[in-house]
Design a protein around this ligand. Structure first.
Ligand SMILES: Nc1ncnc2c1ncn2[C@@H]1O[C@H](COP(=O)(O)OP(=O)(O)OP(=O)(O)O)[C@@H](O)[C@H]1O
Ligand SMILES: Nc1ncnc2c1ncn2[C@@H]1O[C@H](COP(=O)(O)OP(=O)(O)OP(=O)(O)O)[C@@H](O)[C@H]1O
Ligand SMILES: [Mg+2]
Ligand SMILES: [Mg+2]
Lengths: 253, 253
């Protein structure tokens, strides 16, 4: 069951927008998708209409108290997509796990403990840091999908991330692959975006996915309606781009 | 000596772009500005051409080993602006400070220890988290400047941040004020941006600064040249907006 970690410690690179809309596009093709929200901001959870409750701590209990993953999964308004909800407690995850055994593989253990998973894909939305949430996601993943905005400030993050991927491969997950580098919020009208895309291709070759996600305000609007882009505006470029991406990633499986 | 913490745990909200270009605009008016880079990504440091070195850990040594602030300050290519450089070690700051006394006020102590500071402003660039780096910045600041992109996904972060500001005010810094909510990457062509701005004004009133920073690709280009927007493209809207912001914030002092 392919688990994809959507990562980049650079903030605002398009991680949450990709998890929700790629997940929904895979579901349109008939796949069953689980979204795991590891971000203390809870953008993915709130997009899917699932706010935190007083009593249960969602994915936090799975990582810190080794509760079963299935016990925190809930349905969402996006057909074919289920969610393991965030908790604002995740802001203290690094300290909570600091002296715990197996702190880097809690999510992987929870996934492998599932007797009959029932999902075709697990997409993990990561926070904009390289702390224990992102480490757990990378240790559990078959592949990392790196989202990047085509701006020079974003290039630095990709180089730093590569070192982290290498470290996780050496210590926790030797088979961690790369699904690709996904350029988000691409504005083809600007020379700058084209130059940055060219320098990513020069440096990372065909790891840079041929599909880019174009800047499209519909993608910024749809979270308020707790819908994926395919429900909200199925004929816009945002929907087209994420459906193309889903086709591409599904082929690689 | 006014210290302003530029904060928002939502990634990509415009924190680094604001610290560098606001700082440079204040310097154009004759002020001496210190930029403190608390982000393990080091975007502000790399923008200013100051990469980390093998031997010294920049601001990390100030927060964790209580080294003097002045000992880590270096010049930058932007006239009137000096820098306390980041360190990639900052990624582990929460764990490093977890059991240390006064962990929330290390930066404030370092600033108050300065005999003759010599700066008119200290601008602190925060990472996209609500961990110990942001707590230290808020505990040291007279005012918090909250950067926001005018997208619905960003609204949630502002509400969460407000709770953190309240907690810091109660426990660490009773006089923490708000410099304002600064809308960044504003694209007036979209209805969505106008709607989000209106809902921010409805909720936060005149805390929303009248100056907005318009989307302008020049702002995304200038980091590659280690220049502020005022050096790179002094007649573009990005430079105009940040100079207007500087005038506005300087008046409030
Ligand atoms: N292709 C796109 N076109 C227009 N807006 C987009 C696009 N992709 C993302 N956005 C918007 O850009 C902002 C950043 O995207 P998003 O929040 O998904 O990034 P992120 O990497 O998850 O951020 P964080 O680091 O805070 O978790 C959001 O306001 C989102 O609505
Ligand atoms: N007004 C603007 N017009 C165009 N691009 C902008 C503008 N402000 C910021 N950007 C670009 O948007 C991206 C996010 O901005 P920036 O990195 O300053 O935000 P941040 O809050 O510091 O991000 P992080 O959460 O990763 O620290 C960057 O690629 C930057 O170049
Ligand atoms: Mg996100
Ligand atoms: Mg930044």
């Amino acid at each position: 069951m392919p688990t994809i970690a959507v990562v980049n410690q650079k903030g605002g690179s398009g991680k949450t927008t990709t998890v929700i809309n790629l997940g929904a596009a895979l579901a349109l093709e008939g796949a069953k998708v689980l979204v795991v929200d590891l971000d203390p901001q809870g953008s993915a959870s709130s997009w899917l209409g699932c706010e935190e409750t007083e009593s249960d701590r969602g994915i936090w209990d799975v990582l810190v108290n080794q509760k079963s993953l299935r016990s925190v999964v809930e349905p969402t308004p996006v057909k074919g997509v289920e969610l393991a909800r965030f908790s604002s407690f995740l802001v203290g995850l690094d300290v909570a796990l600091a002296s715990q055994p197996g702190k880097g593989t809690r999510l992987r253990d929870a996934i492998s403990d599932l007797t009959d998973p029932g999902w075709d894909y697990i997409l993990v939305d990561c926070p904009p840091t390289l702390g224990m949430a992102t480490i757990n996601a990378l240790a559990a993943a078959e592949r990392a999908l790196v989202t990047v905005e085509a701006h020079v400030l974003a290039l630095r993050g990709v180089a730093q991330l590569w070192q982290t991927l290498e470290t996780v491969r050496e210590r926790l997950n030797p088979s961690l692959g790369i699904a690709g580098i996904l350029i988000c919020r691409f504005d083809a009208r600007t020379r700058h975006a084209k130059e940055i895309r060219a320098s990513l291709v020069e440096r990372f070759g065909n790891l840079v996915l041929p599909t880019v996600i174009r800047e499209n305000v519909r993608l910024a609007e749809c979270p308020s309606f707790h819908q994926s882009i395919h429900q909200y505006a199925p004929r816009c470029t945002g929907s087209e781009d994420y459906r193309k991406l889903a086709e591409q990633l599904a082929q690689k499986d």
